[in-house]
Design a protein around this ligand. Structure first.
Ligand SMILES: Nc1ncnc2c1ncn2[C@@H]1O[C@H](COP(=O)(O)OP(=O)(O)OP(=O)(O)O)[C@@H](O)[C@H]1O
Ligand SMILES: [Mg+2]
Length: 532
């Protein structure tokens, strides 16, 4: 349907027709602002694209100075004139920046200014081509932000793997040290010097255990007992302890709504997390100051700044008026072992632990901070609905342990399985020290052989994470032969699914003698007649 004009005869006529065609072409381009400026910077032509992008009709703008397309800041800085001078001397300027439409709104422009000279080389003006690239720029930024977020997630995942692996091995080492010390204890002389050395060594083990606990928390591998927690009650319950820890120069205020949904989280770990946040806030206010703790329910929809899946969350915030963080510190604050507090002062695992707890609780940690403006650390925790999942736990040994029934004190024939030689030896030594008879195996396979060939066992104590066959798989095989066999499974991981075999007793690593004894008692008492 295109109409091709026929070329009339004379050369000058042909030239004029060519010019007209060219003008039509330029005029018809709607995606680019294409216009001319005279040597002094005044607009001398205007195409439809220029009108569309910048809003001016040709009559409004022709004859006006082109600097009015620039922002005021740029005009004050002399950028329009500088661009013209550069184009006049070098032939071309290419630039990106904010420009202003007739209605005052801004757009991100890609601009090219070309010098135009006549045959003698005299400057006759400039051709200016401007594109509105606001959307592309926004899209590029979004892509960049998405990449950055993905990188952050992958980084945390990788460090989590590393930290979790380290903590796992460390747990085994600490168990060996603790078990060894406990076995030595009764053989040590009572003199204060020896006892002092013993206690220092034990304190070192305890510190190590606390550290590995924080590392496991960061790696989202600690055992959690999520329950429906009344946040305001929990915070008020910690008040005295917190105030004593922080000292009198810190004033804590709380702000809770009259009614607040319960949050699904492990209350013990939440207390620890809050304590970490309070201590961080105090450290940021060396001369004292105020900390506010507040909570509210927040409905999160898709696209929320936290990146959380949609749903209702309790947002629990600790707000301080301390020194705040630089963007660099803020970006790394939750990285494990990142600290600005100097060697020996901070472990850099406080926020890491809180981050891990939030993630493992299906929530999120959000830290907002500006240098000199204080810090707000928020924990998003899912609102508790339905019945919480309970993990069998033997660590809390209030119920049993001291004054165990004599029944479980009788010598047992125990099959002890662990792939780590240090742990295996320590475990056997601890059990024998309790008066039991122990057969050790280093794998599930070996344990099954011992079981087949070695007669009846009263109890199986096995590690969970072993190559080839897990502790749970071993338990299942042995129960197939001896359905009533009491079993203790030692784990350092939270994700362990022990549900497949009925009546297993879980024991968290690192465990000491007392925890081991409680677990044995518990396993010996587990009723196995309910059927599963
Ligand atoms: N409320 C806060 N105000 C200012 N900076 C903070 C705040 N909380 C954390 N930071 C910064 O983040 C870093 C990491 O905090 P994190 O709690 O993980 O470790 P830490 O406090 O240095 O060591 P630890 O918790 O083991 O004592 C701190 O060293 C500090 O620079
Ligand atoms: Mg800290």
């Amino acid at each position: 349907m295109t109409h091709v004009p026929t070329m009339p005869g004379s050369a000058s006529e042909r030239l004029r027709t060519g010019e007209t065609l060219f003008q039509l072409l330029v005029q018809g381009v709607a995606d680019y602002a294409i216009y001319m400026i005279d040597p002094t910077g005044h607009v001398s032509s205007w195409n439809s694209g220029a009108q569309r992008i910048k809003g001016y009709l040709p009559d409004d703008i022709i004859g006006q100075h082109f600097s009015q397309f620039y922002t005021e800041e740029d005009r004050i800085a002399g950028i329009p004139d500088r661009n013209l001078i550069t184009a006049a001397t070098t032939g071309r300027v290419e630039d990106e920046g904010w420009r202003v439409r007739q209605d005052g709104s801004r757009f991100w422009a890609h601009v090219i200014i070309d010098r135009i000279t006549d045959d003698d080389g005299t400057l006759v003006g400039f051709a200016k081509v401007t594109r509105d690239v606001t959307e592309q720029r926004a899209a590029a930024r979004e892509l960049e932000e998405a990449r950055e977020a993905l990188f952050q997630v992958q980084k945390m995942e990788a460090i989590g793997q590393l930290t979790g692996g380290m903590a796992h091995d460390f747990n085994n080492l600490l168990m060996a040290v603790r078990g060894g010390l406990e076995l030595l204890r009764p053989r040590l002389p009572e003199d204060p010097r020896t006892q002092g050395i013993f206690h220092t060594a034990m304190a070192g083990v305890d510190r190590g255990a606390a550290l590995t606990q924080r590392m496991l928390a960061f790696a989202r591998r600690q055992e959690l007992k999520p329950t429906a927690v009344d946040i305001a009650g929990l915070v008020h319950g910690m008040a005295d302890m917190v105030q004593t820890t922080l000292g009198s120069r810190i004033a804590i205020t709380s702000r809770f709504p009259l009614t607040l949904d319960r949050a699904l989280v492990d209350p013990h770990q939440l207390e620890l997390a809050l304590l970490n946040l309070f201590v961080n806030a105090r450290d940021a206010m060396p001369a004292g100051g105020g900390i506010e703790i507040r909570a509210a329910v927040e409905s999160v929809t898709k696209g929320h700044a936290s990146g959380l899946p949609g749903g209702r969350y309790v947002r629990l915030s600790v707000i301080d008026e301390g020194e705040g963080m630089s963007p660099e510190t803020l970006a790394r604050a939750a990285d494990p072992f990142f600290t600005t507090k100097g060697v020996g002062k901070g472990t850099g695992l406080g926020l890491s632990m809180v981050h891990g707890l939030a993630e493992q609780s299906n929530g999120r940690l959000v830290v907002e901070s500006q240098l000199g403006r204080g810090t707000t650390v928020s924990l998003f925790l899912p609102v508790a609905v339905g019945t919480p999942v309970q993990v069998i736990e033997t660590r809390d040994d209030n119920a049993i342990g001291v004054g165990s029934p004599p029944e479980s004190r009788r010598p047992l024939r125990i099959l002890a399985v662990d792939d780590d030689p240090l742990v295996r030896v320590t475990l056997a030594a601890l059990l024998e020290d309790m008066g039991h008879v122990v057969v050790s195996a280093e794998s599930g396979r070996q344990a099954i052989d011992a079981f087949d060939g070695g007669g009846r066992f009263d109890l199986l104590v096995t590690d969970y994470a072993m190559p080839g066959m897990t502790g749970a798989e071993l338990a299942q095989s042995l129960r197939a032969v001896q359905p009533e066999l009491p079993i203790v499974v030692a784990t350092g991981y939270a994700e362990v699914a022990l549900g497949t075999v009925h009546g297993l007793t879980q024991l968290s690593k690192p465990f000491d003698r007392k925890a081991l004894a409680s677990a044995i008692d518990a396993a010996m008492r587990v009723p196995l007649h309910r059927g599963s």
